[in-house]
Write a protein that binds this ligand. Sequence first.
Ligand SMILES: Cc1cc2nc3c(=O)[nH]c(=O)nc-3n(C[C@H](O)[C@H](O)[C@H](O)COP(=O)(O)O)c2cc1C
Length: 195
Amino acid sequence: MQNRPVKTTTILLLSGSTRAGSTNSAALRSAHANAPVNITTILYDGLRELPAFVADADDDELAAPVIELRRLLQLADAILISTPEYAGTLPGSLKNLLDWTIPNGDLYAKPVAWLNVAAPGRGAGALATLRVVLDFATAEIISDACRSIFVGRDALGDDGLVSSEETREQINDVLRSIAAHVAARAEEVAVTSGR
Ligand SMILES: Cc1cc2nc3c(=O)[nH]c(=O)nc-3n(C[C@H](O)[C@H](O)[C@H](O)COP(=O)(O)O)c2cc1C
């Protein structure tokens, strides 16, 4: 029997916070720094540079940050979003990013999970809105990989990463869960198409 080559899963990590000491960004930075084998992570850092969404912008007049966002979304097998809640919903900058994905269908059938690092019982408003937007964008929400893992401001080390080994492992488990989902989907497609 021939062994199938192990495929690397590419996961785009998207923080909804633009704050320098962001706990959401730190959780994703930790995921990026400690990603398990066979998982490649891309840490998105273009949120501040994205221009305000313009619904009738022609493709040939798109700003470089929008083109780069679309390139990364295309490259990614899946996306992990970690976002704070602002005023009961998503931060405007993250909603702006998500709006840019709508005209081209960049999130169509794209597996997406979320990480909620807010204190227990917080963040539900942001996640509810995120679900509405992802459903509209026809993304595939990976329910098994969506987790609440509290990361407080005092949980970050001098290196800007989550210092607790246990929490880092929980975050890594989210990545593994996303990769397992992507692999299962690929297997389904292979079986359906007789490959
Ligand atoms: C403008 C603003 C609005 C906020 N609104 C809410 C809110 O509606 N509900 C909530 O639980 N926290 C709210 N917060 C608190 C943030 O969600 C919280 O501080 C979060 O940890 C920030 O994430 P970060 O560390 O990644 O920047 C708000 C914070 C700011 C700056």
